[in-house]
Write a protein that binds this ligand. Structure first.
Ligand code: FES
Length: 315
């Protein structure tokens, strides 16, 4: 996978959409248009110390003049959001990658049900804009602590109208995924938000026997399996026959780089998909939160995923 274009963009507007969410509009200082993107896409924001964070685009995909992202300040996070809140304001410059999409809308869906929790609603805002523009059937469920803490609520009300249903816990309203019922042909569910919400949606739909292909989940945190014990394995390089040994305490991504493979990466947590590569033989232990089941037969994320005994990589 090739590295993505990195652009130095100017913050054209920085507006607090809730007490702890900053809504940024980013434009190119010289060019009138930015690379095109589709709803569900995210960009990487590169911090001055080299750290990289992913943020979903929440603007209008038809508007090529700007990228819009919304960032929640997470005091207990890894420091990216607090840096953004402290340092980015109108006129600031930020290093931003071209968009990448791991969470696309299904073009042939007859109906789309969008479920967003808190800041997880950001990719769904772009989806809703597209669905309105395409005159397609959809509903959006927004879950948050309160209206005050619901990111981009004014935009959502304007875009969705009566198709927006809000679930604010301070009003005693909590979204129950069982209300989604059984799968209708052509109906697709998209969920993004805190682990508890997306797990509840996934489990409820699985219990109601929804086909996997009609469930689309995006996580913005790595899933943690405390019982996982990393074991060493061998990686065979298909093009050369070389065998690389991956010790238990190192990632496949590290070992590939050490042997001269120029592998792209971003989150290195299994949530962005930037390091994705193909494989053929072997039992892969998928530990990412980004690849859908339909891709796991022949694609893996070497930043976190491993193999049992050996794997042959399409490199
Ligand atoms: S670098 Fe993000 S999934 Fe591997």
């Amino acid at each position: 996978m090739t590295a993505r274009l990195i652009m130095k963009l100017r913050v054209a507007a920085a507006i607090a959409t809730t007490p702890d969410v900053l809504h940024l509009s980013l434009v190119h200082p010289l060019r009138p248009e930015l690379p095109a993107w589709q709803p569900g896409a995210h960009v990487d924001l590169r911090l001055p110390d080299g750290r990289v964070r992913q943020y979903s685009l929440c603007g209008d995909p038809a508007d090529r003049t700007r990228y819009e992202i919304a960032i929640k300040r997470e005091e207990a996070g890894r420091g990216g959001s607090t840096w953004v809140h402290a340092n980015l304001e109108e006129g600031s410059l930020a290093h931003v990658s071209a968009p990448r999409n791991n969470f696309p809308l299904v073009a042939e869906a007859r109906r789309s049900i969008l479920v967003g929790g808190g800041i997880g609603v950001t990719p769904l805002v772009a989806m809703a804009r597209q669905l309105v523009a395409d005159e397609r059937d959809f509903a959006l469920h927004l879950c948050a602590r309160s209206a005050v803490h619901a990111p981009l609520l004014a935009e959502l009300r304007q875009v969705c109208g009566a198709r927006l249903e809000t679930w604010f816990s301070d009003e005693g309203r909590r979204f129950d995924p069982r209300r989604l019922g059984v799968a209708e042909p052509g109906t697709h569910v998209y969920a993004c938000g805190p682990e508890r919400l997306v797990d509840a949606v996934r489990d409820s739909l699985a219990a109601a026997r929804w086909p996997d292909g009609q469930i689309h989940i995006e996580r913005f945190q790595a899933t943690v399996d405390e019982n996982f014990k990393a074991e060493p394995f061998d990686a065979h390089i298909a093009s050369t026959g070389t065998v690389l040994h991956v010790p238990a305490d190192r990632s496949l991504l590290d070992v590939l780089r050490e042997h001269g493979f120029s592998m792209a990466s971003s989150c290195e947590l299994g949530v962005c998909g930037a390091c994705e590569c193909g494989y053929r033989d072997g039992t892969v232990l998928h530990r990412d939160s980004v690849l859908p089941l339909s891709k796991r037969q022949d694609r893996m994320t070497p930043c976190v995923s491993r193999a049992r005994v050996s794997v042959t990589l399409d490199l």
